[in-house]
Structures are given as structure tokens and as C-alpha cells.
Design a protein around this ligand. Structure first.
Ligand SMILES: [Mn+2]
Length: 336
């Protein structure tokens, strides 16, 4: 890991980004499918930064419910993707692959210029970009924005800076799971200290973002936890939420927070695999391990992420997809 590097070598791309933005008649900011509190919230921050510089943009979603970011909404311009959408400049955050952008590939393919800002390892189908900054040393893409657009952010008034700091802090809460994931490091704390200096209130952001669960969501989590199974001499923990559960509770599972966070820290495990059935036979799988390289497994099946935390999609019955993951974990490489 090049963690120490990230504290010293932030590359400020403000000039290049703003040159592209000023030359564009229309700007889209977007992120990966199954958006999360890093990509989506970093998009909110970037839209604000552009707006404060007189540059209008549209945040294009996949149509997902983004109400859980309601506490960060300030007249943002957000539109779900449709086929007729076009833009001069398409800025993609927290994603560098066509595999993770879904139908919004059309926006990238037809844009005059594309900017990719990300902190994931480059896997399949990289998105070609006019300007790209991809560095896995950053704990969240929000942290990347904070440092690499610093010369623009520092010129904002105090309240806009505070807004962007709030957003960046939420991206940290999301990607570090409240400073508990393996990406928590000196650079992340140093960034958090800078954000605190801008006046953010971490306890309120924590409550608004990480503790904002409905009773229904807790029921979904609880019923998923009741499915815990231990395999391979109790070294693999598997759990799942099937489509029937989502239907029973009348929820869209992809609108909910990660169930894996509730099993992180279970002692004696080599790996955790969480299986979520979003449509019948259509499983989104999250892999977590401190010992095994789960990114290799995810990449083999068209997914991606980080060595210790990755995701992929598989089709089949629960038994079938669990067998695939079980075999892959048994032959997985240790993290060197
Ligand atoms: Mn991220």
C-alpha cells in the first residue's frame, strides 16, 4: 500500500477539470450502479463545487432511491438516467469500469470529454477518459476530491466549504465504515481533522448517515442475520437476504445499507460472504476478508473492489451461487 504517499503527493487537478467544465455546454456527474455513500455523496459535493463556480451540472442516477442522503440535499439537480440524455462532459466518480456503470455507458460513449476520478483498482473494461485520476491510496473518492480539488475548494465561502466537508466526511463514514475498515489510516484521520477544522459535526453526521435506520430495515437486517451459516471449519461466514424477504417487507434491497457491516468483526473468520437476491435468481454478493484476496474472486466473475472488500453478481439458485463462492474462497490467494 502506498498510504504514506497519499499524504504527500496530492495531485491538484483543479485547473484541468475546470478547463474541461468551462468548455462544456452540459455537464453530467455520475457514479457506479448500486451507488453508495461515497460515489453519490462525492457527486453531491462536486456538483456544489461546480455550482459555486457558475457551472451547472446534472447528477445522473440509475433511478435508485437516494432519500437517505436527504440531509445533504441543497437544491441539487438530480435526474434518473434515460436513453435520450447527452452531455458534453461526463464526470464519473468512484468507478473506472464500464462493468459498473450500467446503461449510463451511453453518456460516456457520447460525451465529448470524460473525467474519471476513482480509488478502485482498475479491472475489466476501463472507461477511457480525457482526464483521469485513479489512486487506491485514497480511502474514499470523497477524500480524493478534497485533496485533488483543494485549490478550488479553498476559494469557496465558509458555508460552502463546510457543506463539502460534510459530504467528504460522509464518504469516509461510508467507505471506512466509521473508521473501522482496513483502509483507515493516517491520511484518513488527517483528512478528517481538516474537515473538523471546517466546522463539521461528526456526531451528527454519524447519526444522520449511519444510524438512520427504519424499523423495517432493522427487520431486514435481523432476518438476514438469522441466516448465518458457518462453513470450512467455521472459517467462512455466509449469510443471505433472499427476494422473498424483500417482498415480504415490501422493500427494494438495493436501497438499504450493507448488511455485511453487522457481521464485520465476528471472531475466528477467514472470510464473509453476503448474498442478496435483488431479483429472482439474481444475486449481488459482497465478500470481506482480512486474509484472502477477495478482489481476485470478484474480478473473475466481472465484479471488482478492493483486496479485502469486493463485490460481484451471479445468477442461479442460492445453493449454486454459494457453491461457486465457497470453492473460490477455498482456493483464494492470501493477501500478500
Ligand atoms: Mn468508494
Amino acid at each position: 500500500m502506498s498510504c504514506s504517499r497519499s499524504t504527500n503527493m496530492h495531485k491538484d487537478i483543479t485547473q484541468k477539470l475546470f478547463a474541461l467544465a468551462q468548455g462544456a455546454k452540459s455537464i453530467v456527474v455520475t457514479t457506479h450502479i448500486n451507488s453508495d455513500g461515497d460515489g453519490m455523496v462525492a457527486s453531491l459535493a462536486l456538483q456544489m463545487l461546480l455550482k459555486m463556480n457558475g457551472l451547472a451540472s446534472t447528477l445522473v442516477t440509475d433511478g435508485e432511491d437516494i432519500s437517505r442522503y436527504g440531509f445533504l440535499m441543497r437544491d441539487q439537480v438530480v435526474e434518473p438516467f434515460h436513453d435520450q440524455m447527452r452531455c458534453d462532459l461526463c464526470i464519473v466518480l468512484d468507478c473506472n469500469s464500464f462493468d459498473r456503470i450500467g446503461n449510463r455507458r451511453l453518456l460516456v460513449d457520447t460525451a465529448i470529454n470524460v473525467v474519471v476520478l476513482d480509488h478502485h483498482v482498475v479491472e475489466h473494461n476501463p472507461i477511457p477518459a480525457t482526464l483521469s485520476l485513479i489512486d487506491h491510496a485514497y480511502g474514499s473518492v470523497g477524500i480524493l476530491l478534497w485533496h485533488c480539488l483543494k485549490s478550488a475548494i479553498s476559494k469557496l465561502d465558509a458555508s460552502s466549504r463546510k457543506y463539502i466537508a460534510d459530504c467528504v466526511y460522509v464518504t469516509i463514514l461510508n467507505d471506512s465504515n466509521n473508521f473501522s475498515n482496513a483502509n483507515t489510516n493516517h491520511a484518513m484521520f488527517a483528512t478528517a481533522a481538516e474537515l473538523a477544522r471546517e466546522g463539521i459535526l461528526p456526531h451528527l453526521l454519524h447519526m444522520a448517515y449511519l444510524q438512520n435506520h427504519s424499523a423495517k430495515e432493522m427487520l431486514y437486517v435481523g432476518k438476514s442475520l438469522a441466516n448465518i451459516r458457518l462453513l470450512a471449519d467455521d472459517s467462512f461466514l455466509f449469510l443471505h437476504s433472499d427476494y422473498a424477504l424483500a417482498q415480504e417487507l415490501e422493500i427494494n434491497p438495493s436501497d438499504y445499507m450493507s448488511v455485511t457491516r453487522w457481521v464485520q468483526g465476528v471472531s475466528g473468520l477467514k472470510a464473509i460472504a453476503y448474498f442478496r437476491e435483488d431479483h429472482p435468481g439474481d444475486w449481488k454478493i459482497s465478500l470481506r476478508s482480512l486474509e484472502l484476496n477477495v478482489q481476485e474472486i470478484a474480478a473473475r466473475y466481472g465484479g471488482g473492489g478492493h483486496r479485502k472488500a469486493s463485490g460481484l453478481s451471479l445468477k442461479g439458485s442460492l445453493q449454486e451461487v454459494q457453491q461457486i463462492i465457497f470453492s473460490a474462497l477455498q482456493t483464494a490467494h492470501p493477501i500478500s
